[in-house]
Design a protein around this ligand. Structure first.
Ligand SMILES: NC(=O)c1ccc[n+]([C@@H]2O[C@H](COP(=O)([O-])OP(=O)(O)OC[C@H]3O[C@@H](n4cnc5c(N)ncnc54)[C@H](OP(=O)(O)O)[C@@H]3O)[C@@H](O)[C@H]2O)c1
Length: 212
């Protein structure tokens, strides 16, 4: 599958690397090919191709958005038209100081993203954990139980495509509902950060889904 990344820092760089290793054709939609994050991503995995945003996005079936939330509007204003009808995986989180929701919990960041690119098929995914788990989600000793990746979005077929990418990466995708459900996922992110980065759990933990 042709996949591209807007933002290849901690999050985008890790997911891009692992998707390329699965055999996908992964590019970086680079506004600046010389930037530190692009250089580091390519150093980590030289098989990532670096393209102009227009070229990368127009040839991609799936676009990952992994910029700081504060940069989302400018990134999407710049490249938004090219994203029309594409699957846009929103990995961003609006986080404010003291681990509060960056939009005061009134609306999710992903709904804002969907508003900015109304014709894109936005799926929230790859947010509820730290990037360390996107680098390595291997938790041995749990048999067939996989770590859960909670996703949300309005477009069922887009969610199924993203769910399949999650499965290939070793996650159990869990469809939590439409895009407004992202607000709850963003609060799970705040919980994970508080536990993992503030309260001493460490970053090597994820959640799993048990069902009857
Ligand atoms: N860190 C985590 O553990 C984690 C986990 C889950 C979700 N998230 C969320 O994922 C997002 C990315 O986090 P991160 O830790 O990967 O950030 P990061 O390491 O700072 O990387 C940010 C990336 O976004 C690019 N970027 C910045 N402004 C841009 C713009 N206006 N247009 C296009 N690209 C732009 C940067 O490119 P340049 O190098 O060119 O500036 C860089 O590649 C955030 O929204 C964060 O909340 C983070």
């Amino acid at each position: 599958m042709n996949i591209t990344f807007i933002g290849v820092g901690n999050v985008g760089g890790a997911i891009a690397d692992n998707l390329q290793k699965l055999g996908h054709n992964v590019s970086i939609a680079a506004r600046d090919p010389e930037s530190k994050s692009v250089q580091e991503a390519v150093k980590r995995n030289p098989d990532l191709s670096v393209k102009s945003p227009d070229e990368a996005i127009s040839s991609a079936e799936v676009v990952f958005l992994a910029t700081p939330f504060a940069a989302v509007e400018s990134a999407l204003n710049e490249f938004g038209k090219a994203i029309d009808n594409k699957i846009l995986v929103d990995c961003t989180n609006p986080v404010s100081p003291n681990l509060t929701h960056g939009l005061e919990s009134k609306i999710s960041g992903s709904e804002k993203v969907q508003q900015l690119v109304p014709n894109a098929r936005v799926v929230k995914a790859f947010t509820i954990y730290g990037y360390e788990n996107f680098e390595d989600n291997n938790y041995s000793g749990y048999g067939d139980l996989k770590p859960a990746m909670l996703i949300a979005g309005n477009d069922s077929s887009a969610k199924e495509t993203v769910a399949e990418l999650c499965r290939q990466l070793g996650w159990e995708p869990v469809d939590t509902g439409n895009i407004s459900t992202s607000l709850h996922l963003e609060h799970m992110t705040l919980l994970w950060i508080k536990m993992g980065r503030v309260q001493g759990f460490g970053t090597g933990f994820v959640w799993a889904m048990l069902k009857k």
